[in-house]
Design a protein around this ligand. Structure first.
Ligand SMILES: Cc1ncc(COP(=O)(O)O)c(C=O)c1O
Length: 404
């Protein structure tokens, strides 16, 4: 009797796995965990500022009053009152809101819904690595658009479009960008919204940091400027990222398409954490007070890091942030690569995110992203001193190897 040929087990190296390769957010979070290393690598909020008491009270209340609902399956779009809160808090007009597992999932679901294999997506370069990886995962071609102190260089994008590049989506973090900390100027916001209208692409406006401003005035969101803007928002930086509650707000057709995809991906965002968020954010006056505390905390930390960098690293150029969680620095000594510096820095007891991790293609070799949100001022001072030593050691070894 013929024995059926055994089917070869499928290799796990599928297209998706290949596309997902390269340094990821988890790698940055793992950098410098333990061993007395002060890590400024992950873009993580201050855990001591999580609103634990408010969340504990809310958890108790919702489990006592409505356990059958808050532990039950729910619809993919999310909890209706939370969706309404989102539209109101971020002034998103009559866009349809979908609650997502953090804004990371919002980015991925929107890209999945609008991008076909090989479509062109424009991304700020350097840019948020989770967005770059999501675009790669859905098979987009990417074009990196540079940014400067005023954020995305919209004129460069316009040039590309004029020359015939057919962009289907442009991704931008308009306030306190990750990694550069830059804020998109008002003029460029209007220009980007106008380009989206003229050339018919969508703008993903990913804005997790606008509330965290300690200097200057907020600018109007891109979502107020064009219906082609899909707003991506998150509770991660104003409550706690472990809740995994984010949002996207788009026209009804796109929101419905996204909800269909979401249903397949994870059915819906946790009913329990959605309800927990809702209870906390709708407590009278709670969120404004909580955010004001975060702003004061991060403003103090940013100043501590900036002062310590100035004292210890004369050869690092950077803009002092007005908000957000990051300092994006460039080493004046072009010979020192941040990837190589990282291992010396780790040996000195400090970790940071190396610039190339945020490149759409390659580059930013002598840049580093330093996150000040999760470290106390004394730790930030120590971290800068250690980094200063690491840079000096790297520069010396660079010169020695050059001479040899
Ligand atoms: C610009 C930007 N977008 C999205 C995210 C993802 O955040 P979450 O999925 O926790 O909302 C982050 C996280 O650091 C970020 O910096």
């Amino acid at each position: 009797m013929a024995v059926p040929a055994q089917r070869a087990a499928k290799e796990p190296s599928s297209r998706a796995a290949n596309r997902a390769q390269s340094i990821g957010i988890s790698d940055l979070l793992r950098l410098g965990q333990g061993n007395g290393v002060i890590s400024l690598a992950g873009g993580v909020p201050a855990s001591e500022a999580f609103p634990v008491a408010a969340l504990a009270e809310a958890a108790e209340t919702i489990l006592a009053t409505d356990p059958g609902r808050v532990l039950q399956y729910s619809v993919a779009e999310g909890y209706e009152p939370l969706r309404a809160w989102c539209a109101d808090w971020w002034s998103l007009g009559d866009r349809a809101v979908v609650v997502t597992a953090g804004s990371q999932q919002a980015i991925e679901l929107v890209l999945r819904s609008v991008v076909d294999e090989g479509d062109l997506v424009a991304i700020t370069d350097p840019g948020y690595l989770g967005a770059i990886q999501a675009a790669r995962l859905v098979g987009a071609r990417m074009v990196g658009v540079p940014s400067d102190a005023d954020g995305l260089c919209v004129d460069v994008l316009e040039d590309l479009l004029r020359k015939g590049s057919r962009v289907v989506a442009a991704y931008v973090v308009p306030n306190f960008d990750n990694p550069t900390g830059a804020t998109l100027s008002l003029e460029r916001r209007y220009a980007l919204a106008a380009l989206a209208e003229t050339y018919g692409f969508i703008v993903l406006e990913d804005d997790p940091y606008s509330e965290l401003r300690w200097r200057g005035d907020n600018l109007p969101s891109l979502a107020t400027m064009s219906d082609r803007v899909v707003a991506v928002r998150s509770t991660s930086k104003i409550l706690a990222p472990g809740l995994r509650v984010g949002f996207l707000a788009a026209d009804a057709k796109l929101a419905a398409a996204v909800a269909r995809v979401k249903q397949i991906v994870d059915v819906h965002t946790s009913t329990f954490t959605q309800q927990l968020c809702f209870e906390v954010v709708t407590r009278p006056a709670f969120l404004r007070g909580h955010v004001a505390n975060l702003v004061a905390l991060y403003g103090t930390r940013a100043t501590a890091l900036v002062d310590a960098l100035r004292a210890n690293l004369g050869n690092l150029s950077f803009h002092e942030p007005d908000g957000g969680m990051f300092v994006w620095g460039q080493l004046d000594d072009g010979d020192v690569s941040s990837n190589e510096l990282l291992s010396v820095a780790m040996a000195e007891g400090v970790a940071f995110a190396p610039g190339p991790a945020f490149s759409v293609e390659a580059g930013h070799d002598n840049f580093l992203r330093l996150s000040f949100a999760a470290a106390a001022p004394e730790q930030l001072a120590d971290a800068a001193a250690r980094l200063g030593r690491a840079v000096r050691l790297s520069a010396i070894s660079e010169r020695v190897s050059y001479r040899v």
